[in-house]
Design a protein around this ligand. Structure first.
Ligand SMILES: [Fe+2]
Length: 293
């Protein structure tokens, strides 16, 4: 494992906000020694049938940041989500902060640029984002030094963000009873996902892990926080399984999964850092590519 600058003495305050419609957890991460904060994986609400966009979930985050008098420094996407739309530009407009994602977003932009037949005006260089994270890259949130860890497999651009003793794993792991994220999207790979999970699980045992999704297995209440030790001991796709066994379980399960309901609008928006595409007359407009996914 690369030499990542882990510092368990930094203990950020973490608040999770569960979005029931998409089973996504958005986070506000606060530096305990200043008023600096980051938002990780925000959600823009969509009524896809009606083509209607609203901002109730994002407004909740914005109100919370304002109520606590925080200074928003970062708006981070763990990856280009296929199941919800990011509200990053809306939040940035209200509160400032830099929008960041893994640098392999360029690969995701290339792949989906083709699928959606985007024109040359759609840049595939990640320039829609303010920052592109690379493996091991550090950044500051107030006095805290955080770092990004490249954890591909679910998508090529997936990053785990480690902020002191808290790691935001995106869609690598779910809670121990939920297993792991799918690896069958374009650019996904089950073996690569296993290797990334091993990277996450080589962090210290007491590292707090925060999930991007929770699908409430067995109908339990939503949960989003666990630890490296708990995942190692109990994750139903990982504990006691070899790499080969994991690949088999993951691949079998992926064959049974339908495309996420919101993949078509989500990808178009999220490869643009959360901006809704516009037609030649400047109308916000989404496409449906037929038989391409
Ligand atoms: Fe995802």
């Amino acid at each position: 494992m690369a030499n990542y600058p882990v510092d368990m003495s930094i203990k950020p305050e973490v608040q999770g906000f569960y979005d029931e419609a998409t089973a996504t957890i958005s986070y506000i991460v606060k530096d305990p020694t200043s008023n600096a904060a980051a938002i990780i994986d925000s959600v823009m609400d969509i009524d896809y049938a009606a083509g209607r966009i609203t901002f109730d979930h994002a407004d909740m985050l914005i109100d919370e940041i304002r109520k606590q008098g925080l200074k928003l420094e970062w708006i981070i996407e763990t990856h280009a989500h296929a199941d919800h739309l990011s509200a990053a530009p809306y939040i940035q407009e209200k509160l400032g902060g830099k929008i960041g994602i893994g640098e392999n977003i360029k690969i995701v932009q290339e792949v989906f640029g083709k699928i959606f037949n985007e024109g040359t005006e759609f840049q595939r260089d990640g320039s829609q984002f303010d920052a592109l994270f690379t493996d091991g890259m550090t950044y500051k949130i107030g006095n805290m030094t955080a770092f990004a860890m490249h954890t591909p497999g679910h998508t090529p651009a997936c990053m785990t963000h480690v902020i002191g003793d808290a790691a935001f794993v995106g869609d690598t792991l779910f809670m121990p009873d939920g297993g792991t994220a799918r690896a069958d999207f374009p650019g996904g790979d089950a073996g690569t996902l296993y290797d990334s999970i091993m990277k996450v699980l080589s962090l210290p045992d007491e590292m707090r892990l925060f999930m991007c999704h929770d699908y409430c297995p067995g109908g339990r209440e939503p949960k989003w926080e666990t630890t490296v030790a708990e995942e190692k001991a109990n994750n139903i796709h990982i504990a006691g399984k070899t790499r080969e066994e994991f690949i088999r379980v993951r691949t079998e399960r992926d064959k049974t999964l339908k495309m996420p309901t919101l993949i078509i609008p989500s990808i178009q928006v999220n490869i643009r850092a959360g901006h809704i595409p516009e037609d030649k007359d400047g109308n916000q407009m989404l496409k449906v590519p037929v038989n391409k996914l």
